[in-house]
Design a protein around this ligand. Structure first.
Ligand SMILES: [Zn+2]
Length: 337
């Protein structure tokens, strides 16, 4: 069997593993639709795009959901940050990339702690340039993004001009619907205090900057690509509960959409597909690191958004399931490393 065929088979297995719809959110029809559009494995296409970032390039990464926005903008959830950290780490190791992580100022401390637990030193953009030039440190740059529509619209083009990113990556980051409202999976408006990062992604798509997005519900950045299917298959996909007249589906599309039963799993699988391509085990999101990140997220007050409590059951799935997914992804690609 040639190398290309082997890679395709591994990608297919990773795809299937992380799309088993354990939470019954309707992700399987979204997966089928995204695969049809992609014409192949989603995880593989995402890994190809990320590995195509030029050596020393710049990637804008976003994650973080203000999960109980109506109570406090400081309450974030634990699906998103660990997956984003796995991708940033893989990009730094594989491409010597400078990754700029955008989120709300209110969630920045918790997400920064997750990045640190993944081995990344938070630095300024200027400091990251030094680290990149001599490869002396694995870094991440954290930046807050505006939480108001008008400020977000102004900041988006200005920030893209300044950073000149080679790729935009989003995981588990809610985007507005056709009426400009940000909805939870229960179909309520929870846009208050939420960074308008989706506006930056729309601007990036207009500029033909490659966009890779991971989601598990239909309300995230990237799901605009399968909007009709979100409407048809996801609870509140056609009609929300907030009265805006739309469904929860995000309008913002992407070039490569990765669907997963839990967004963190999608990122774990992408990291494995990157590791297989680079033949570099350092790029894997290992069970050991997942364990550390789960503990770090609890220690920093990120909630399990299904049960509304701080624990390590991301999206309501028990701790062991997340560690098992990391183990299975590693096992699937192990013989290539
Ligand atoms: Zn609504």
């Amino acid at each position: 069997m040639n190398a290309k065929t082997t890679q395709t088979r591994l990608d297919e297995r990773l795809d299937r593993l992380v799309t088993i719809d354990i939470g019954e959110r309707g992700v399987e029809p979204l997966f089928a639709a995204a695969r049809d559009l992609q014409g192949g494995a989603l995880v593989g296409a995402a890994a190809e795009a990320l590995m195509a970032v030029p050596e020393g390039g710049t990637v804008v990464v976003t994650t973080g959901s203000v999960s109980r926005a109506w109570i406090s903008p400081a309450i974030g959830e634990n699906d998103g940050p660990s997956g984003a950290a796995a991708i940033v780490r893989a990009l730094v190791l594989a491409r010597n990339a400078t990754c700029i992580v955008l989120c709300e100022a209110s969630l920045l401390p918790a997400i920064r702690a997750v990045m640190v637990a993944a081995g990344l030193s938070p630095v300024t953009h200027k400091q990251a340039a030094i680290a990149r030039s001599d490869r002396s440190l694995a870094t991440v740059v954290m930046m807050p993004f505006p939480t108001e529509d008008d400020a977000g619209r102004t900041a988006a083009p200005a920030l893209l001009d300044r950073l000149g990113p080679d790729l935009l990556f989003s995981t588990e980051r809610v985007g507005r619907n056709t009426h400009g409202v940000y909805h939870s999976m229960r179909g309520i408006d929870y846009g208050m205090g939420r960074a308008r990062v989706d506006l930056l992604f729309d601007e990036g798509l207009k500029r033909a900057i490659p966009v890779v997005a991971v989601g598990d519900g239909g309300n995230e950045i990237g799901m605009g690509k399968v909007a009709d299917h979100v409407r048809a298959h996801v609870p509140y996909g056609a009609q929300c509960q907030c009265g805006c007249g739309g469904g929860i589906g995000a309008v913002t599309s992407c070039d490569v959409l990765v669907t997963a039963a839990c967004s963190n799993w999608g990122c774990t699988a992408i990291a494995a597909a990157m590791a297989a391509r680079a033949r570099d085990a350092r790029l894997l999101h290992t069970p050991e690191r997942e364990t550390r990140l789960l503990d770090t997220m609890v220690a920093n007050g990120l909630i399990n958004s299904t049960h509304g409590i701080i624990d390590d059951a991301v999206d309501g799935f028990p701790r062991a399931s997340h560690i098992a997914i990391a183990e299975l992804c590693r096992t699937i690609v192990a013989h290539t490393l």
